[in-house]
Design a protein around this ligand. Structure first.
Ligand code: XUL
Length: 544
């Protein structure tokens, strides 16, 4: 179809973003809806409703459905929907959506005169969906790990040790606490397969990019693991979506999409995926094992492509599927942009002040260290939020705190991604925080690597659009490679390159450097090591 467009929709924690690409013509169009601003009646802050229990983070799926409706309307108004040849969903990972016996039929026969949320208010067996920020399933993690012979054994099979935010432990908690509602559940989707289901009007399968992040699948065979599924909850296998190892088209635009928003009935829908696996595509990393990505969004993540499945017995980090049937490695930090924002707001700064401070303060922060656990942390696992200061960092020291929060985040990325393969020479930075050149400078100094950003910052939505284009351009077995398609449609160019400084990197990485002192602070906070002040003194003696 001449002038065909490819649509990527990314439902993240705080917003819904659409990216539209037109191969050959070049150019990317982008639209975004921020949940807090657009839907005040849900009372969200940063996309989630406030909760008395910091471990519980649950979101009303009707808000996501309102946003989907509004976004598709907007695209229709712009005259874009009728030109879409294929579309794909990317979504925040791990969140589970619980659907009842009415869901399939109602999705299928939704009247085009009303929106998703007004037409489908009663398809849920659980009104709120636990999302990736929920850390409340620790007891269930322990039970599942025990049933599977311990965390190393579970990680060898499913790619991850038992993880609070993953579907297996979350579903187990639901089964334990709300048995009748669990019995009423006929289908448990992840958010990516749920939104895809809304587009095709029936339950969609789940891809391995998102599906492996559940503690339920066997990452070698690519199928649900009977033992892990049984360890989560009885009768669960029948409620799970079909799992698919690589990208594939899962259906066409539903009659609802055609009539309400003007999509063509032939418009195809690609399998959905998580935001990180989608970013892997959007950054052009499929097939490249020596580049790592750092995504600076609500969560901070470090991830990269992994061609061959390697040693899986770890207690941290994850292995997910990649769009080409290969694998990706990922480490996730919950105290990402929200922690940077807390420090900025606490001192009444704006982002320009924040950047200026990063520029004007020395690498190593003169040995002042902060552990930024404003929220419960995922890596390392810290369930009780608590900000700790070391090396004489005063609570009222604005400049010291700005540098300390960023250094802590980046040193944690460095320390906890060492298992994921050789250290990268290039890091691609993406998502909101990658706009900040001075934050990129810290990444480049700590990693001792060149940091690049691409012009399009929304790599997850872009990746979804590229996945849609890949499906269309590979119709009739034409075998157009991922890299080729990415270069055609998405490589709108590097916007920035930050090169490391050997001297600054030495401050972090040399023996006795700040990374060692930071690691000592972490061990101390986790109850696994002595008071770190000695390590900090040693750092000061060597580097100040
Ligand atoms: C990854 C993770 C987060 C969410 C954020 O494992 O939990 O990065 O995907 O949207």
């Amino acid at each position: 179809m001449p002038g065909a467009l490819f649509l990527g929709l990314d439902l993240s924690t705080q917003s819904l973003t659409a990216v539209i690409i037109e191969p050959h013509a070049g150019g990317v169009r982008q639209f975004s809806i921020n949940f807090d601003r657009a839907y005040p009646s849900y009372g969200t802050r940063g996309g989630v409703p406030p909760s008395d229990d910091p471990l519980q983070v649950r979101v009303d799926p009707l808000m996501w459905m309102e946003a989907l409706d509004d976004m598709l309307r907007l695209l229709q108004k712009e005259g874009l929907t009728r030109r879409v040849a294929c579309m794909a969903v990317s979504a925040q990972q791990h969140g589970t959506v619980y659907l009842n016996h009415r869901a399939a039929a109602k999705m299928n026969r939704l009247s085009p005169s009303i929106g998703f949320s007004a037409g489908l208010p009663d398809i849920f067996s659980r009104p709120f969906c636990p999302i990736w920020m929920d850390s409340s399933a620790t007891a269930e993690c322990r039970e599942i790990a025990a049933a599977m012979g311990g965390d190393p054994a579970l990680a060898r099979v499913t790619g991850s040790a038992a993880t609070e935010r993953f579907a297996g432990p979350q579903i187990r908690k639901f089964w334990k606490e709300k048995r009748a509602a669990y019995e009423r559940t006929v289908h448990i989707a992840l958010i990516s397969s749920f939104i895809t289901s809304l587009l095709i009007g029936r339950f969609a399968p789940l891809d391995a990019g998102d599906g492996f992040g559940a503690n339920l699948a066997d990452v070698r065979s690519g199928a649900w693991c009977q033992a892990a599924v049984a360890a989560a909850a009885p009768g669960l296998m029948a409620k799970l979506p079909r799992l698919r190892l690589k990208d594939e088209v899962v259906g066409r635009a539903s009659p609802y999409l055609v009539q309400r928003f003007g999509f063509r009935p032939e418009a195809e829908v690609m399998i959905g995926s998580g935001d990180n696996p989608s970013s892997l595509v959007g950054l052009g990393l499929i097939g490249l094992a020596d580049v790592r990505a750092v995504s600076l969004g609500t969560s901070d993540t470090v991830f990269g492509y992994m061609p061959v499945l390697m040693d899986l017995e770890r207690s941290e980090g994850h292995i997910f599927g990649a769009a080409d049937g290969g694998y990706m490695v990922l480490v996730c930090f919950k105290n990402g942009s929200l922690a940077r924002e807390r420090v900025k707001n606490r001192f009444g700064l704006n982002w320009d002040d924040f950047s200026r401070i990063l520029r004007e303060t020395p690498p190593g922060n003169q040995g002042r260290i902060l552990l930024p656990y404003f929220l419960p942390e995922i890596t390392p696992l810290v369930l009780q939020p608590k900000v700790r200061r070391f090396g004489g960092l005063a609570a009222g020291d604005a400049a010291g705190s700005v540098r300390a929060v960023v250094e802590a985040q980046v040193m944690a990325m460095y320390l906890h991604s060492g298992w994921a393969g050789p250290r990268p020479r290039t890091v691609l930075a993406t998502a909101g925080g990658s706009e900040n050149q001075d934050l990129l400078a810290v990444i480049s100094q700590v990693f001792g690597a060149e940091v690049r950003t691409l012009q399009v910052k929304e790599s997850a939505a872009l990746g979804a659009a590229v996945r849609a284009a890949h499906a269309e351009l590979n119709r009739n077995d034409s075998r157009v490679g991922w890299r080729e398609i990415w270069e055609q449609v998405a490589s709108t160019g590097t916007s920035r390159v930050v090169r490391p400084s050997t001297e600054a990197t030495r401050v972090y990485q040399a023996p006795g450097g700040l990374i060692e002192a930071y690691a000592a602070c972490e061990r101390f906070a986790l109850g696994k090591g002595p008071d770190p002040e000695k390590a900090i003194r040693a750092f000061r003696e060597a580097f100040l």
